[in-house]
Write a protein that binds this ligand. Structure first.
Ligand SMILES: [Mn+2]
Length: 316
């Protein structure tokens, strides 16, 4: 049994579509509508955000708002470190997926000598750098940043000096770089890739499981197999982007992609994964209620969250 602490990060600086910072509150509304005491019973802390930066002109075109994201990463990583050191399980509810880089930094800062496995459940690979990004949105960069990867072989952009300075600071946050290794990443449900990302996946033979393979092998068996393939890691972090799910689940996310997981599959899969005592942190991101009809995505996200939390707090 683990003591869960919720870490709320209502930031959307890394997203290209506005509204993801409302995702955490939308999930709370869903809990209220279900008459759940979830947010009353669990201890939580909110990280101060920098969304006011969204009103400022964009200077760093190939890593939008990277200056403010750097500030946010410092706060997120120190809270994650503090939570883990206090023997609590950080369950991160964040706006856009860029936050995950700060979470990974915090885990490594808490355990500088341990090897961290990452299970990335997402429609996207999020492995761009300012040198390769077509959009400049930093929610597409947390894995490259954690790997210390610039991917110069696929360079298409020429970022300004300030961008490069902040990018290097982010990579070196906590004075640990790289924070993770290619052989310790496992992609699940990734199905919308740019060629620069495909290059890295093929070059480093990143492990991955498609939605179809997951279904064919079965949810529980797939989860167990993934955990076994990351058995050489000391700790495991799970990053759950709701766009890993099918747009039929809900359109309430910034970058939906067809042929994703069902909400039931996602819930069963995530809950099975967190049974492993190596799992030290779970993050859920990219719920955007402004794109939704009613509050469907947040309701589905809350059901997944509740199942994962029940599993974590169950005595085994
Ligand atoms: Mn993502």
């Amino acid at each position: 049994m683990r003591t869960v602490k919720l870490i709320e990060v209502k930031s959307e600086l890394g997203a290209g579509t506005r509204g993801a910072s409302l995702g955490v509150d939308a999930i709370k509304i869903a809990a209220m509508d279900f008459h759940s005491l979830y947010f009353k019973e669990l201890k939580s802390v909110e990280i101060q955000n920098e969304n006011k930066e969204l009103f400022e002109p964009i200077i760093n075109h190939y890593a939008k708002h990277i200056n403010a994201i750097y500030k946010l990463y410092q706060r997120v990583s120190s809270e994650i470190k503090r939570t883990l050191k206090g023997r609590r399980f950080p369950l991160v509810l964040a706006g856009d997926h860029s936050t995950a880089g700060g979470t990974i930094a915090g885990i490594r800062m808490a355990y500088p000598k341990k090897r961290l496995g990452v299970i990335w459940i997402d429609a996207h690979a999020d492995i761009h750098s300012p040198y390769t990004t077509p959009s400049g949105n930093m929610h597409g960069m947390p894995l490259a940043l954690s790997l210390g990867e610039d991917n110069m072989e696929c360079r298409i952009n020429d970022p300004i000096e300030e961008t490069v300075m902040f990018w290097n600071k982010l990579k070196n946050l906590g004075n640990i770089c790289p924070k993770i290794f290619y052989e310790d990443i496992f992609y699940v449900g990734v199905r919308d890739l740019e060629e620069q990302e495909e290059y890295l996946i093929n070059k480093h033979k990143i492990k991955r499981l498609s939605v179809a393979e997951l279904r064919r092998r079965g949810i529980s068996r797939s989860a167990d197999r993934i955990l076994k393939m990351l058995d050489h890691c000391d700790l495991i972090y799970i990053s759950f982007d709701v766009d890993s799910m099918d747009p039929k689940v809900s359109k309430g996310t910034g970058t939906p992609v067809p042929r994703g997981l069902s909400n039931i599959e996602a819930a069963n899969f995530a809950a099975r994964l967190v049974r492993s005592p190596k799992v030290c942190c779970f993050e859920m991101v990219e719920v955007n209620p402004t794109l939704d009809k009613e509050n469907t995505m947040a309701e589905n996200a809350f059901k997944i969250l509740r199942k994962v939390t029940n599993q974590l707090t169950t005595v085994e």
